[in-house]
Design a protein around this ligand. Structure first.
Ligand code: 76R
Length: 282
């Protein structure tokens, strides 16, 4: 028999960078204090240094971000949010983080895998030209103002899309994460609505969202086919009440009221590592 002409056993490292966007993993751990207390003070100090060095190493990788937070309530003790392009890197950073304080000290209690994504429902340049420039402002498509308006729109959208796909998150202290899906039951099946109906509903949603500008930073990441729900919702705030207010207000919006299904909520406080260690009794 002759050897096959092509082989899958190539030595080139496999790149698992999506065509666009980054991978995102939310990681939640409990600390096993009985394991931790078996370590001498010296060993504990060096375990914390190992974790701090690993965090630095991960943050120094290209296009890679890592948020560290202490988690409120016994759902977990510490949490990480990792954003990185390559799935293989995401995998190995996660394994290293799990082991970083020594075997069996960190017990994974919850995790969520998703990817950054562009929005399916953002306004197109064509729509903006027609509805806003022509419709609302009464500009003629041949005018200089129209062209300038369209150019300004394109620059704004480019900037916005960059933020959706390649976000850099601020160090705002309150971090809320929960996964969600759109309902698919009986009369309330999101996936049997037309694109236009979904778009109209999402625009109502966005109107509410925009009133939180400066108070809430939201990152919606897609997880259909990757994890339990369809999206991960990450909300950052400076004042914890804004989290409750936005989630409450959105429940009245038709998209959430009729079609929203939610997983568990995790609230953390984003802190520099040394303060985080202190907060969680390490
Ligand atoms: O593209 C955009 O970001 C602008 C419009 C917009 C879309 C398409 C938008 C705006 N969101 C979009 C999509 Mn949102 N969002 C959530 C939640 O708790 C709940 O009830 C829902 C959880 C919050 C709090 C929130 C906040 N959004 C989505 C999607 C994908 C739906 C799909 O594709 O079918 C989900 C699951 C989702 C959920 N949203 C905003 C916000 C805020 C604060 C905004 C305004 C952002 C801004 O203009 O700065």
């Amino acid at each position: 028999m002759s050897a096959p002409e092509t082989s899958d056993n190539s030595d080139t490292p496999v790149s698992l960078v999506p065509a666009e966007g980054w991978h995102v993993i939310h990681l939640y751990y409990n600390i096993d204090h009985s394991q931790w207390n078996l370590l001498s003070e010296e060993e504990q100090r060096s375990a914390k240094t190992d974790l701090a060095e690993l965090v630095q190493e991960i943050r120094s990788q290209k296009d890679t971000h890592l948020l560290t937070y202490a988690v409120v309530t016994p759902k977990a003790d510490i949490g990480f949010m990792l954003l990185t392009p390559d799935l293989g890197d995401a995998l190995s950073f996660e394994k290293k983080l799990t082991l970083s304080l020594g075997a069996d000290v960190l017990t994974p209690v919850y995790s969520y895998l998703s990817q950054t994504e562009r929005s399916e429902y953002t306004t197109t340049a064509e729509q903006y030209g027609k509805d806003t420039l022509e419709g609302e402002k009464g500009l003629s498509p041949d005018s200089d103002e129209y062209k300038a308006g369209l150019e300004e729109f394109n620059t704004r959208m480019e900037h916005y899309l960059q933020h959706r796909l390649y976000p850099v998150l601020p160090a705002w202290p309150v971090v809320c994460f929960y996964p969600m899906s759109k309902r698919r039951s009986g009369e309330d099946n999101w996936y049997s609505l037309s694109f236009d109906a979904r778009k109209d509903l999402m625009m109502g949603h966005a109107r509410v969202g925009r009133t939180y500008s400066g108070k809430i930073l939201q990152l919606i990441t897609g997880s259909t086919g990757l994890d339990e729900h369809e999206w991960g919702v990450t909300l950052l705030a400076k004042d914890p009440i804004e989290i409750r207010k936005i989630v409450y207000e959105m429940r009245f919006d038709e998209v959430s009221a009729r079609y929203g299904e939610f997983g568990d909520f995790y609230i953390g406080i984003q802190l520099p590592l040394n303060e985080m260690f202190e907060k969680v009794c390490l």
